[in-house]
Design a protein around this ligand. Structure first.
Ligand code: NAD
Length: 479
């Protein structure tokens, strides 16, 4: 059975403990590889190698950093097929989707490679008195912790800007989807990244992640994951005055007005509800529709979603794959019981699916649409993070906003209307870090990315990420 290894100081090694954790293929529900069960000792070794590499890396010219990061992007593109296959088997997502995500992982490295060369700082002239200039210096060794839903994409989204800004990195992928992070180590070596600049330590959050967060010499933590984990991390890192970026959970609303482009709203809502089995932090799980088109939209949505084939992630025709783990599968199914107990009426799905043959132990859930729920019930306010959406009618703009804003979360939202004035007004009043008007998941990597309320603190993307991974210093010179 394949054994994944830690990537430390440019080489591969098992955990100091020599223990391994089983890694499952969600499509079959079977163990197919193992990853190191690392702990604080492995983080310490990774940190020593990162500290050793830091002096040279921070002084590496921005052009050389660009070349290496750009080479990593090229190699990811070159290995698209094999990386995508690994991601699909590890995560349960359809292979065609994994191929797209590999393209986007390469784009992350390419984008921040260019950022390394373009990053600049300000100067402030006090006429005739003094001049201030701002230095933005790398921080040192930083920690990047990522989740299982878009494994290489979100891993690279953190690592690339951290390296571009001149830091050395200790990175921990999710223990549920470690494979492409492992393969990234090989790619980094092939691209000429000096040993120790990036170290990838595999293992459990409470062991490896916790050791990273609480280590005084790891100066900043960029975390993407669940809100409760984020709270825990903040409780450790904040009293240590660490720089902290937290990208957390969501419960995103899709507001659909009667004057929308019906077909576009419908097709995109199918995507935003069930792409990646609904396991994207930006998926819209609450569909809020103006009453005059509610019945028409609901009927059309059910018909469209019926067409989505759930099945073997490796088959091109599968639109929805397997749920990432037994634990998450159980969690999503438990919310179907909660929804029923809350009076929800299941319009479609609402149950697990059994596949044939070698997939019959896999974790599959039918795309589910539920109506007739109070907007402030648990099903409508807690993150389910699976192929489950609710649909509810509204009468006025104020009511739509009240429903949209009634959760503790505030990550993303979509608004569907042809009336731009209404769209601007709603966008200004929605409590979320990202608003898509008449589209979804359209990403410009330069834009600020992140959530409000319990969806996070701080922003990623573009200069925001480069600023997070640097420390600002003002130098004032008297003339
Ligand atoms: P999680 O919080 O369980 O785990 C995320 C990462 O944190 C993993 O690598 C895990 O090992 C690690 N971790 C766990 N406990 C830790 C601890 N005590 N100290 C340090 N690290 C620890 O989240 P998950 O289940 O992997 O991911 C799903 C969640 O991620 C959902 O809530 C989803 O909304 C969120 N998410 C948010 C975004 C965003 O950009 N806001 C993007 C993707 C996913």
């Amino acid at each position: 059975m394949q054994q994944i290894l830690n990537y430390i100081n440019g080489g591969f090694e098992p955990a100091k403990s020599r223990f391994f954790i089983d890694n499952f293929n969600p499509a079959t529900g079977k163990i197919y590889s193992q990853l190191p069960d690392s702990d604080a000792d492995d983080v310490e070794v990774a940190l020593e190698s990162a500290e050793k590499a830091y002096d040279a890396w921070r002084l590496t010219s921005s052009e050389d950093r660009f070349k290496i990061l750009n080479k990593i992007a090229e190699l990811i593109d070159l290995k698209n097929e094999s990386l995508a296959l690994a991601e699909s088997i590890d995560q349960g997502k359809p292979l065609w989707l994994a191929k797209n995500e590999m393209i986007r992982s390469a784009q992350n490295f390419r984008f921040f490679a260019t950022a390394a060369m373009q990053f600049a700082s300000e100067s402030h002239n006090m006429e005739g008195v003094a001049i201030n200039y701002t230095l933005r210096q790398s921080i040192g060794v930083v920690g990047c912790i990522s989740p299982w839903n878009l494994p290489l994409y979100l891993f690279s989204w953190k690592i690339a800007p951290a390296l571009a800004a001149g830091n050395c990195v200790i990175a921990k992928p999710s223990e549920i989807t470690p494979m492409t992070a492992y393969l990234l180590g090989e790619i980094c070596t092939e691209a000429g990244l000096p040993p120790g600049v990036l170290n990838i330590v595999h293992g459990l959050g409470p062991k490896v992640g916790n050791a990273m967060v609480s280590h005084p010499r790891i100066k900043a933590i960029s975390f993407t994951g669940g809100t409760s984990t984020g709270k825990h991390i903040a409780s450790i890192a904040a009293p240590m005055f660490k720089k902290l970026s937290l990208e957390l959970g969501g419960k995103n609303p899709n507001i659909i007005f009667a004057d929308c482009d019906f077909e576009k709203a419908l097709k995109t809502t199918v995507q935003s509800s069930f792409l990646n089995q609904g396991e994207i932090c930006l998926c819209g799980s609450r569909i809020i529709v103006e009453r005059s088109i509610y019945d028409k939209f609901k009927t059309a949505l059910v018909e469209e979603v019926k067409q989505l084939k759930v099945g073997n992630p490796l088959e091109n025709s599968s639109r929805v794959g397997a749920i990432v783990s037994q634990m998450h599968y159980d969690k999503v199914l438990s919310y179907l019981d909660i929804a029923k107990a809350e009076g929800g009426q299941i319009l479609l799905g609402g149950h697990a699916l059994k596949m044939e043959g070698e997939l019959n132990e896999g974790w599959y859930i039918a795309p589910t649409i539920i109506e007739n729920l109070a907007f402030d019930c648990r099903t409508n306010t807690e993150e389910i993070f699976g192929p489950v959406v609710t649909i509810s009618p509204f009468d006025t703009v104020e009511e739509a906003l009240q429903m949209a804003n009634c959760t503790e979360y505030g990550l993303a939202s979509t608004v569907w209307t042809q009336d731009l004035t209404k769209a601007h007004n709603v966008a200004a009043k929605i409590q979320s870090g990202i608003v898509w008007i008449n589209c979804w998941l359209l990403r410009d990597l330069r834009t600020p990315f992140g959530g409000v309320k319990q969806s996070g603190v701080g922003r990623e993307g573009g200069w925001e990420a480069m600023r997070f991974f640097t420390e600002t210093k003002n130098v004032c010179i008297k003339l």
